[in-house]
Design a protein around this ligand. Structure first.
Ligand code: PLP
Length: 418
């Protein structure tokens, strides 16, 4: 079989695909494996019960059941859902938007693929543009999502060493040199993998440099505001006509519903919708059916505030404590946990690469993600890239506790054997 260039690029097991495969295989080979590698949301009984009840009430109503299962939704997504969401965003944040500024996607991952390639790659004037990541490390799912080579560029962050054993990445404003080779800036806020939440000042700065360069600022709010609201700092939500905000119902507890949401200027939403028609024909109905009624009465915010954020905030603090106990004596730092569902552990001057440590941990029965994978668009020159691990803390507390113990044991061995 002869594959096209597209086929070669997307049909092969490169980068993220091999890693995801490896995580999946490891899990099926060892069912007792402690899974601290993936992005599955934690199981929160109140939230599960809430969605189960919603689903049941949709199924009990023949008209709603038919809309859920028996009709194609439009490629821009359920109009009532978009209208209610626009109202919520106007009500809560004062953003001047209507349902025409909103599109639904089959998961935000697929929206990123379309959006990135709408904004970067081969340009009509013969030039090339990149999606620029102002703070590497960034979300592993962006890697390989571009149709052309060199699709992502990235800047090293500044590292602020905080009191005790914490640190925080910042946008290096001086390193961020804008030119017309960039098609958009993109940040996840809170950031996967680090749990960083860019400050309001950093967002304002990125917004102003993006406007000056006449390119959009993409904010990936998969963990952010207004929902699922897994933010432990006082950061303000941000949107204006030059911002593309991506939301998702996944971390609210519905990754199986595959529902992403794009909030952007009308022309970009129109371009996205046209492309989405080609790729997907229609949007899934499950997410909007479950979430629609939660928008008009702000239940979606209440559930985030009362159940989702506290669950992760508590677990983050617990996991930091366990890491501190078990790693005592090693030269480690943890990125200040400000949101999302991960801790980012920096093992300073680690004598082996984090990939090697990942393999050793897998053999011991705990899965994490090696830090190297997240430095998308960077060259290989920065040692720091090989000294970090992403640790998900969404699993049940006993598993996370046992996983931390194994991580610490292997990290100690790595330093001792050097
Ligand atoms: N963005 C970030 C930062 C993520 O962590 C994820 C998934 O883990 C996604 C986007 C994609 O989420 P989904 O396609 O489930 O909406």
């Amino acid at each position: 079989m002869k594959l096209s260039r597209f086929g070669e690029q997307f049909g092969q097991r490169t980068g993220i695909v091999s890693l995801m495969d490896d995580l999946g295989t490891a899990l099926s080979e060892n069912p007792d494996m402690i899974f601290m590698g993936g992005g599955n949301p934690g199981r929160i009984p109140e939230v599960e019960a809430f969605f189960a009840e919603r689903l049941q009430s949709v199924l009990n109503d023949p008209a709603q059941r038919h809309t859920l299962l028996g009709v194609y939704q439009s490629p821009q997504g359920d109009r009532e859902f978009r209208r209610e969401l626009a109202k919520l965003l106007r009500r809560q944040h004062g953003w001047a938007i209507s349902e025409r500024n909103i599109a639904v996607s089959n998961g935000s991952q697929s929206a990123f693929f379309v959006l990135f390639n709408l904004l970067a790659g081969n340009m009509p004037d013969g030039g090339q543009r990149s999606i620029h990541l102002p703070v590497a490390p960034e979300y592993i799912g962006y890697a390989d999502a571009g149709l052309t080579r060199g699709f992502f560029t990235a800047s090293r962050p500044e590292i602020e060493l905080l009191e005790g054993d914490l640190f925080k990445y910042h946008v290096d404003m001086n390193a961020l040199q804008m030119d017309d080779s960039m098609g958009a800036l993109c940040v996840s806020r809170p950031t996967n993998p680090t749990g960083n939440v860019l400050t309001d000042e950093e967002i304002a700065h990125l917004d102003s440099v993006a406007r000056a360069a006449d390119i959009p600022l993409i904010i990936d709010g998969a963990y952010g505001q207004p929902f699922p609201g897994i933010v432990f700092t006082g950061a303000a939500p941000h949107w204006n006509e030059n911002t593309v905000l991506l939301l998702s119902l996944s971390k609210l507890g519905l990754p199986g519903a595959r529902t992403g949401i794009i909030v952007a200027s009308e022309p970009l939403i129109e371009a996205y919708t046209n492309a989405n028609t080609i790729v997907s024909l229609a949007c899934g109905t499950l997410g909007p059916a479950l979430a629609k009624t939660m928008l008009s009465n702000d239940d979606i915010l209440t559930i985030s505030e009362r159940h989702i954020r506290p669950f992760y905030e508590h677990r983050a603090a617990q996991t930091v404590d366990w890491l501190r106990q078990d790693l005592a004596g090693l030269p480690f730092r943890i990125h200040k946990p400000e949101g999302a569902i991960f801790l980012w552990l920096w093992l300073q001057d680690l004598p082996i690469t984090s990939k090697e440590l990942y393999q050793r941990l897998k053999a011991r029965g705990v899965l994490v993600v090696p830090g190297e994978e997240f430095f998308i668009g960077m060259d290989d020159e920065w040692d720091h890239q090989h000294q970090c691990l992403r640790i998900s803390y969404g699993a049940d507390a006993d598993s996370v506790r046992a996983g931390v113990k194994l991580i610490a044991e292997e990290a100690k061995l790595a330093y001792e054997q050097a």
